[in-house]
Design a binder for this molecule. Sequence first.
Ligand code: KIV
Ligand code: ZN
Length: 388
Amino acid sequence: MTTEKNRVLIFDTTLRDGEQSPGATMSHEEKLEIAALLDDMGVDIIEAGFPIASEGDFAAVSEIAKLAKRATICGLARANLKDIDRCWEAVRHAKSPRIHTFIGTSPQHRAIPNLTMDQMAERIHETVTHARNLCDNVQWSPMDATRTEWDYLRRVVEIAIKAGATTINVPDTVGYTAPVESADLIRRLIADVPGAEDVIFATHCHNDLGMATANALAAVAGGARQIECTINGLGERAGNTALEEVVMAMKVRHDIMPYTTGIDTTKIMHISRRVSTVSGFAVQPNKAIVGKNAFAHESGIHQDGMLKSADTFEIMRPEDVGLSGTSLPLGKHSGRAALRAKLRELGFDMVDNQLNDLFVRFKALADRKKEVFDDDVIALVTDAAAAG
Ligand code: KIV
Ligand code: ZN
C-alpha cells in the first residue's frame, strides 16, 4: 500500500549531472525529448540543467519548464544571488518549479571559496533565504556531505531548514560512502536536526566505488524519501545512482524494501535506449536491468531451465521493464532444447535424428562464431537438407 511514509520521490538529474559526463552533451531538441519521456514515465522531479552555466542550458531549462505536464522542474544554482536569480528566471514557467542551490561544505570543498566556517554558514542562510523568497520549493545541498565534519553538517543543515529549504539533499559527491554509513547519516540528521521532520531528505550518490545504488537504498532505509538518479547511471566520472536499478530493486524486493515510486517501469527500456543514443554513451551489455544481456541466457542449462519455467533464472519479468520477452541467444554454450525451440520458432519441426544431425553442425558453427543468428540456423537447415 502506498502511504506518505513509504512513497519515495524520484529526482532525475540525467539532464544536469548526467550531461556533466565528459562527452555526453545533448542538443536542445534531445533534452526536450528526454524531459518529455521522464515526465511521461512518472519522474517526480526533473533537474533540467544549470541555468547560469550557458545560454543553451538556460534555454533548455526554460523550455522544459513550460512543456512539463506533471513533473516538478528544477534548476541548479551555486550559492550566490546571481545564480539563484537566473535559475528562478528559467524554472518559474513550470507548473511546479524548484530551485536547487548548493555549496561544498567538506574541508576539501570549503578551501575553494576561501570562506571560514562561519562565513559559509552566513552564505547558506543568505542564499537559501533569497531562493525561498522567490520560490516556495527550495532544495539545498551541502556538496560532499559525506566528507563533512558531523558537527558542521548538522549545523548547516539546521541553518538551511530555518532559512526555508523544503528538501535537504545529502550528496555523496565523490562516491566515498558505504551503505551502513549512508543509512546512518540520514538517520542521525533526521534525529538530531531541529525542524528535520518538516523537510524531505534526499540522497544523491556517485558510483566511484560501485556502491551508488546500494548507498541510495540504504539512505532510504535510514529515512530519505527522495532518490537522485540518472538513466543508465550517466554522470560525472563513474556516474550517478541508476534510476532503473533503484526503482526495480524496490519493486522486486518490496518484501524488504517496502517503498513505492510513481515510475511506470514499462517505459524504462525505451528511455534507456534514447539516453544512450543521444548522449553517445553505450550501455555495457551486462548492465543491470537495461544491458543487452540482462534478460538473455546462452548456456544450455540456463536455456533449458528458462524453457521450462521463467523463474529459474529470472527474478523479474522482461515485460516489466518494457522488453517483449526473454532472449535465448544461440552460441557455443547452448543446448539441444534451445536449438529445438529456435527451430520451432522459425517454423521447422524436426524429428530426433534430424535434430541430432543439425545439433552437430550447429556446434561446429557456434565454435567459430560468437552468436548464431536466425539466418545462420536457416542456412544450417538448408545445408543439412541438401546433404541428406
Ligand atoms: O554530486 C554532487 O554533490 C552534486 C551537487 C551539485 C548536488 O551533483
Ligand atoms: Zn552529483
